[in-house]
Design a protein. Sequence first.
Length: 400
Amino acid sequence: MTERAPLSRKLSAIAESATLKVDAKAKALKAEGKPVISYAAGEPDFATPQFIVDAAAEALADPANYRYTPAAGLPALREAIAAKTLRDSGLDVSPSQVIVTNGGKQSVYQAFQTVVNPGDEVLLPAPYWTTYPEAIRLADGIPVEVFAGADQDYKVTVEQLEAARTERTTVLVFVSPSNPTGSVFTTEETKAIAEWALEHGIWVISDEIYQNLTYEGAKATSIVEALPEIAGQTILVNGVAKTYAMTGWRVGWMVGPADAVKVAANLQSHLSSNVNNVAQRGAIAALTGPQNEAERMREAFDRRRRLIVSELSKIDGLVVPNPLGAFYVYPDVQGLLGRTWGGVTPTTSLELADLILEQAEVAVVPGEAFGPSGYIRMSYALGDDQLLEGVQRLQRLFAS
């Protein structure tokens, strides 16, 4: 008998999402009755605002939502996204330049599929969200990491990007505010990077999913607002998940030049067709309705941000840059490595994360998921009491 043909080599080489893997492990331990506190998942602990839920409930009663709708999204939602893009990103686009996707992850995947050709090099500032390099490889591109450490507030410079650029460089990933670090590029820094990309004809994929979650007066200036001329070679990806506590609703979008959007729309017509209509109706409500509950959640994140930075900074051996966006803190833990804690001497942040889970029953994501070892990501999008209790467990574990 002939041996069965192999599975896809491309897909077999793709790693599982590290953040979801750690979160799943934490939830499994909780199910066993262990008092694990997880800082792993980037998911607000708030309920979706009620007016959004009410809009979805109303949509359930309309038979029009039981049918296929345009693959690129409901016209009303595309209009609402175009209005939000003008309001928050400073870019005036037609609704025809918008594609509604199944969450932000699909928009990221489609963006790379749209502008990456086999063998293209994609400059990927690190630390990076764990999905980016895998999505680049799925598009047959080559991720080229450009690392900026805590001493740079995790923000790459034009000089670093230029040093990494080759004749095969065609795309730059730009993320501000950043997942995993919470860093926010200034308007001047953003403009400088945009001018560099424009000069060299490089596509920019700009992930703006956290643009409405900034603190201390920081503004997440969109790259197309910093330099409007870059819009012709920029794809913006975004969604309702983080700002409106709608992670499970799975509504994201991509915005870009008409020719790029047409290519992506053709892909989506075969890949998934339209996003769930009821969820789209909820997203319309989120974008066009009152923003006071979103602001209340942002204020809660800000309070938690200040608390976790203050408490983590009390641990000798941690360097804790002050994040000005998103809902993550990204401590440099190299000062804890090579030292013995509870009879264990971790030498990598992966080993340190295992130690923390085993001895403090706290789940964090090691830096290896986002680039170089020596760091951990902690989401502060969890309840206030758990947030403080978890950090206090770390303080006890690493007490001198």
